[in-house]
Design a protein around this ligand. Structure first.
Ligand code: AMP
Ligand code: MG
Length: 315
């Protein structure tokens, strides 16, 4: 921890666990350090980073004005997997926010993550610790596989949530969701109303790109459009209900008890396992209903299959 914190202070990159996925961290206030994140990830500069904090005091420093609703949300959901997009203060370098006047901020629940922030004494900008567009990392090994040149990795075992944070922005009427996660619309509605009005301004939320979380192998969601000619003997299945396992070469049961939280926790790990398995040519995922946490899961799966489906003539 001491070494990792020192590396952060020196402007180096440290991969660290959060409860959602592993982050690729740098001192958020050091533009040169943040530039290294974009370079190592091969992330386009238009895709803003989330800043991770350990104390509410940091929130004040990094944002322009904090309204009461922010404290309401922080009290209920922090530390935890909710990111708030708020007007930024001058302290935040433009490279972090891709030039936007707003900044995404989160206080992670993972103790190692918060200890790194506290020990280094720096707010930490961190996207997921993977190459841009590829499968997110939920173990230190996943990070090593994609980013072998990172300066340091803090290994905190497998992450406990498994998918990225829910991202919201605040509007006059309430909140809008920019990315779905384990904290659902319904959870947030307990403290704030959902703003369902038409968006007028076109905000940049590249979390909304169509292809993302994508394996290097063909990936497909096995809904009613599944091509009949998929060779199951070369396919690995992410199985949820256990009902569709016939004929697949390999099966990973992502939940033993039909629990969507477990699907979220195990989804990326299962995709990595099949990506690394030379006997598997196609990764097939069982879909779930798009409500509650199911929304966040289907959002990831749809993006992971996007390029493969788009190029596929059989459908
Ligand atoms: P990640 O790559 O998981 O760290 O997610 C970062 C994502 O957070 C970006 O792709 C955006 O979708 C979102 N984000 C971060 N900052 C902002 C911001 N200021 N405005 C809108 N979305 C943001
Ligand atoms: Mg990511």
């Amino acid at each position: 921890m001491e070494l990792a914190a020192r590396l952060i202070q020196e402007g180096k990159l440290v991969a660290f666990p959060t409860e959602t996925v592993y982050g690729l961290g740098a001192n958020a206030l050091d533009p040169m350090a943040v530039a290294k994140i974009f370079a190592l990830k091969e992330r386009p500069s238009f895709d803003p980073l989330i800043i991770h904090i350990a104390d509410l005091d940091d929130l004040k420093k990094l944002t322009a004005e904090v309204d009461d609703r922010v404290y309401l949300l922080a009290e209920k959901f922090w530390p935890g997997s909710l990111t708030l997009v708020l007007p930024k203060s001058k302290l935040v370098p433009d490279i972090v926010t891709s030039g936007l006047p707003t900044v995404g901020i989160r206080m992670p629940a993972n103790e190692i993550a918060r200890e790194l922030i506290r020990t280094s004494g720096r707010p930490i900008a961190a996207p997921s610790a993977n190459k841009f567009g590829r499968i997110s990392p939920t173990t230190a090994n996943h990070v090593r596989k994609q980013l072998p040149d990172v300066d340091y990795i803090l290994d905190g075992g497998k992450t406990t949530v498994g998918i990225e944070s829910t991202i919201i922005e605040l509007t006059e009427k309430g909140f809008r969701i920019l990315r779905n996660g384990i904290i659902t619309k319904e959870d947030i509605e307990e403290v704030l109303s959902f703003d369902d009005s038409e968006k007028t301004e076109s905000i940049v939320a590249p979390g909304m790109v169509k292809s993302h979380y994508s394996p290097v192998k063909k990936m497909i969601v096995a809904d009613k459009n599944i091509p009949v000619d998929i060779d199951k003997s070369k396919a690995g299945l992410l199985s949820f209900t256990g009902k569709y396992e016939n004929g697949y070469r390999k099966i990973i049961r992502v939940s033993e008890s039909n629990d969507l939280k477990e699907y979220a926790v195990n989804m990326f790990d299962a995709m990595h396992t099949f990506e690394d398995d030379s006997e598997i040519e196609i990764i097939v995922a069982e879909p779930v209903a798009e409500t509650g946490i199911g929304k966040a899961i289907m959002d990831r799966l749809r993006k992971a299959e996007y390029n493969w489906r788009k190029g596929s003539s059989e459908i």
